[in-house]
Design a protein around this ligand. Structure first.
Ligand code: NG6
Ligand code: CA
Length: 520
């Protein structure tokens, strides 16, 4: 395989390796680019659903730039985030470990300590060891510091201590304080005379809140989200000071895009890794005025169009810099879709015929498919043949697969080496995958999914999403029943028994007690 044994290629084994025969080029035509390590980019969306992309069947919204990746590369139909919420999915993506092995891998407040141990293997760390320059631009949400961050000093540990040479991030989520950008551990544009204080337990005296000062709001809160107000938007958590450092919500997409473009331009002459983590379409949905009203679907649709434009602009930069032929790009989302996630923003009212989850049941927070099955594509110009793949793959698998690609012998972890699948040379993905949603887990195995019984509401009423809870075991054949309408547990006792046994074996006793769900 021409892409695989890069170390060997570099050592000049090219002509003698039989695998190279699949290359259409002869030895003499082989370019420098092929013997060097390809750049690797992960473009990661926040809460983008399986049905939010036109290449995945959306008809009410058009995402031409995401479609170019999907139709020009591999469009996975069984591509999963590890989890139905952000923090655990990002943990798995970066560490190659199941998030349920770490009991703290849950939606984190903005003041949470760094969730990834500085001793742990990570995707950027592995690539760094192989000579890559590594960077993150965008949403982090994996904690910072050791538990008591002073936002006015260098924040450490941060992404820079778990494998990233460069970081330009928002700490948690767009709806959580602190609402500032942090670059390499320093709050950007901070005035030392106006220090930042952050608390998730109590307000700072005299500071307005969404709860007490509705007259100051440009966006109304529906549930949660009634603490400090920044740019007229009420947030989760309290913050004081740092006026000059506060981000502009409507400019955030442009801001991260420019940083991602600058990064690529600055590092184009060395192998680089970029984790470009966009904030859309997570709440608060704050499209730039250029995109306001463009989808006819309210701000949620508008920010999807905005994100699609960002992807297009970013791809243009790669093309202009001559990087497309030597860059492998993964596009995915951290969890499934949600409409009302705490603000009144017309997401429900203006949805029309759009189906953010496509044919899938559930959504963000759900153990049903729409929680974790997400748009997932891998694109590499002229190297990966366009195709649709039904192989079962998880974002967690990128670590060991990319390791194989770049010549690292990284093998441990829950991550599986599926390089052939990600290169489109095989459709044999995982045999099984444990999926997680707000600390509950289920087993996907072949075409089947088994969801153990869970107490708790069947529907999270505030977000209006079916969570997957039932007092009985659930068993679905996803090939025949992608919408999970027919529970086959009672009619297939043997299959159920076998899957429960496998589930217990994989899942073990690690952090299995499910905490009372916050969701109402
Ligand atoms: C929830 C928030 C939700 C969102 C989510 C994290 C409330 C009531 N809801 O707790 O708005 O911020 O956390 O989303 O506060 S995630 O995509 O980062 O996991
Ligand atoms: Ca998310």
């Amino acid at each position: 395989m021409k892409y695989k044994p890069l170390k060997l290629l570099a050592l000049g084994f090219l002509a003698t390796m039989s695998g190279v025969a699949c290359s259409s080029k002869t030895q003499t035509e082989t370019t420098e680019a092929e013997v060097s390590k390809p750049n690797i980019i992960v473009i990661y969306m926040d809460d983008l659903g399986y049905g939010d992309v036109s290449a995945y069947g959306a008809t009410e919204i058009n995402t031409p730039n995401m479609d170019k990746l999907a139709n020009g590369g591999i469009r996975f139909t069984n591509g999963y985030a590890s989890s139905a919420t952000c923090t655990p999915s990002r943990y798995a993506l970066l560490t190659g470990m199941y998030p349920w092995r770490n009991k703290n891998a849950k939606i984190l407040p903005g003041t949470a300590p760094l969730l990834i141990s500085t001793e742990q293997m990570t995707l950027p760390k592995m690539l760094k060891e192989q000579g890559y320059y590594t960077g993150i631009v965008g949403k982090w949400h994996l904690g910072l510091g050791n538990g008591n961050v002073n936002w006015n000093e260098k924040i450490s540990p941060s992404p820079n201590e778990v494998g990233f040479d460069y970081s330009h991030i928002l700490a948690a989520t767009q709806d959580r304080v602190p609402t500032v950008y942090i670059e390499d551990g320093h709050v950007v544009n901070l005035d030392p005379n106006d220090p930042i204080e952050v608390s998730y337990s109590k307000n700072f005296e005299g500071e307005p809140t969404g709860k007490d000062n509705p007259e100051l709001l440009t966006m109304r809160w529906h549930h949660g989200h009634n603490n400090s107000i920044v740019n007229g938007v009420p947030r989760i958590g309290f913050m004081k000071g740092g006026e000059s450092a506060k981000w502009s919500d409507v400019d955030m997409a442009d801001h991260f895009l420019a940083k991602a473009q600058d990064y690529v331009k600055a590092h184009k002459d060395e192998p680089f890794f970029l984790y470009y983590a966009l904030q859309q379409p997570h709440v608060p949905r704050t499209p730039h005025p250029r995109f306001e009203g463009k989808s006819g679907m309210g701000p949620r649709g508008d920010v999807i169009l905005e994100a699609d434009w960002c992807v297009g602009e970013f791809m243009k930069t790669l093309e202009e810099e001559g990087l497309l032929e030597n860059t492998l790009i993964v596009f995915s989302s951290d969890n499934g879709p949600v409409l009302n996630d705490g603000y009144y923003d017309d997401a429900v009212e203006k949805l029309g015929d759009h189906t953010p989850a496509g044919p899938l049941r559930g959504g963000k927070y759900s153990l049903f498919e729409a929680g974790t099955r997400v748009p997932f594509m891998v694109y590499w110009k002229d190297k990966i043949a366009p195709q649709v793949s039904d192989a079962l793959v998880c974002q967690m698998d990128l670590l060991n697969s990319m390791a194989d690609l770049v010549g690292s012998d990284q093998k441990d972890l829950d991550s599986k080496n599926l390089l052939d699948v990600f290169m489109g040379d095989s459709q044999e993905g995982r045999d099984e995958l444990v999926l997680e949603a707000t600390s509950r887990t289920a087993l996907r195995q072949g075409d089947w999914i088994m969801i153990p019984p869970y107490k708790g509401a069947a529907v999270a009423s505030q977000v209006n999403i079916e969570l997957g809870n039932d007092s009985e075991y659930q068993l679905y054949n996803l090939k025949d029943d992608i919408g999970q309408q027919n529970n086959l547990a009672a009619s297939n006792p043997e299959k159920l028994k076998a899957m429960v046994a496998d589930y217990n074996q994989i899942r073990g006793n690690e952090n299995t007690e499910v905490e009372a769900l916050e969701l109402k």
